[in-house]
Design a protein around this ligand. Structure first.
Ligand code: HEM
Length: 393
């Protein structure tokens, strides 16, 4: 495995299914911080649970905003994800009340399941379908559009804009174009909410104040340009991985259909077993640092191997086994420390409701293409397709 490890590039290699986990396990067994490559550059990877938890909390050595300044600001603009504290804390508090646990509960009561049913309508009648294209890629955008209070006329472009924005470093011109298109779509909505606020996130942003000053239009645009892709693509990935895990573990789908009370447990286990942010890139500080005895040069890529920590045998028994009744606690899927994910309640709720609706509408499924159903890639990991046939009873 050592020679194989030397040729791995976490940015370029797809590492489908077990492959990623084998690589992360091999690194974990060799040491807490290991040299590797990311997008053709030398990098380090941290894969054990305890060292990764320390690294998440270590803003000195691994300042959490730096990667986002390099990788996001050019397309998204200045939003709290790329700010340093105290600004980060202030703007995060302003932009995320709609994602707190109680707000998500009330949103869920107001019709989250209806959105899932709307997408599921007609799927039962089809001879074959691809759950990724027909449901997984669309549901998160329906939800986030509703939360933000955006009109639905450009819906099919959201996914494309979100991906282009997130891939700013690979293709800056495409990201800039997507950012400009999204902004011209947002401008009239922001103007309308300034005149007449409603019960949505853009109205909250319009009314928010920092130090007695309201957010200007550019600040509002950049926060929407942040929330649309971060909320959309991570939910897409986690839902794809959840469905993939259930459909490739025989009997799980039908078991959950018979006993829906086990659904929240299955959602938690899927978030541990195959997380969409399998590897989270950080940039180390601008001077050399030593972490767990390893010297890291200034401005190095340091990959936070969340998928490795989530399968650390020091914390989880038989970590490679997908067990819908496991009840894992303290997974690092949503990060930790100042940047821990503000969307985690919404993400869990989205997954639970989507799965409940799909199980109700498609109670028996046959997976047609196991190869395409395997999650792939590292930073945003998910299956490319989930081709299935509904089995009629
Ligand atoms: C299963 C789905 C999700 C996963 C696995 C996930 C994962 C993460 C992780 C690992 C972080 C920490 C990043 C870091 O430390 O640099 C994070 C932060 C963040 N997430 Fe999520 N996320 C999910 C869903 C969402 C949703 C639904 C939203 C929005 C509605 C969202 C918005 C954000 C934002 C804005 C941040 C940055 C927080 C900050 O800068 O303080 N995420 N997420």
């Amino acid at each position: 495995m050592t020679s194989r490890l030397e040729s791995v590039d976490f940015g370029f290699d797809e590492m489908p299914g077990r492959e990623l986990h084998d690589v992360l396990r091999a690194h974990r067994e060799q040491g807490p911080v290991e040299a590797t490559r990311f997008l053709g550059l030398p990098a380090f990877v941290i894969t054990g649970y305890a060292p990764l938890l320390d690294a998440f909390k270590d803003g000195e050595r691994f300042p959490p905003h730096r990667m986002y300044q390099v990788g996001f600001e050019g397309a998204i603009g200045r939003s709290f994800i790329s700010m340093e504290d105290p600004d980060h804390r202030v703007y995060r508090k302003l932009a995320t009340p709609a994602f707190r646990s109680r707000a998500v509960e009330s949103f869920a009561r107001e019709g989250l399941a209806d959105l899932a049913h709307e997408l599921a309508d007609g799927l039962e009648e089809r001879a074959e379908l691809d759950l990724v294209a027909d449901f997984v890629a669309r549901f998160p955008y329906l939800v986030i559009t509703r939360l933000l209070g955006l009109p639905r006329d450009r819906e099919e472009e959201f996914h494309h804009w979100a991906l282009a924005l997130l891939r700013f470093r690979d293709d800056p011109a495409r990201a800039a174009k997507a950012g400009a298109e999204l902004t011209s779509f947002l401008a009239p909505v922001v103007e309308a909410r300034r005149r007449e606020p409603r019960n949505d996130v853009i109205s909250e942003l319009v009314q928010a104040e920092v130090d007695g000053r309201g957010l200007d239009d550019e600040e509002i645009y950049s926060h929407v340009r942040l929330l649309l892709p971060t909320g959309g693509e991570t939910t897409h990935g986690s839902l794809g991985n959840l469905l993939s895990a259930l459909l490739t573990h025989e009997g799980s789908w039908e078991a959950l259909g018979r006993e829906p009370a086990r659904i929240p447990g299955a959602v938690n286990e899927a978030l541990r077993w195959e997380t969409p942010v399998a590897v989270l890139p950080r940039m180390s500080r601008g001077e050399p640092v030593v972490f767990r005895g390893v010297e890291i040069p200034p401005d190095s890529w340091v990959l936070f191997g969340i998928a490795g920590a989530n399968r650390d045998p020091e914390v989880y028994d038989e970590p490679d086994r997908f067990d819908i009744d496991r009840r894992p606690t303290d997974v690092l899927t949503f990060g930790r420390g100042v940047k821990s994910c503000p969307g985690m309640h919404l993400a869990r709720k989205n997954l639970t409701v989507a799965l409940e609706v799909l199980l109700e509408r498609l109670p028996a499924l046959e997976l047609l293409d196991r190869e395409a159903a395997v999650p792939r890639r590292t930073v945003l990991r998910s299956p490319d397709a989930l081709r299935v046939r509904a089995v009629r009873g």
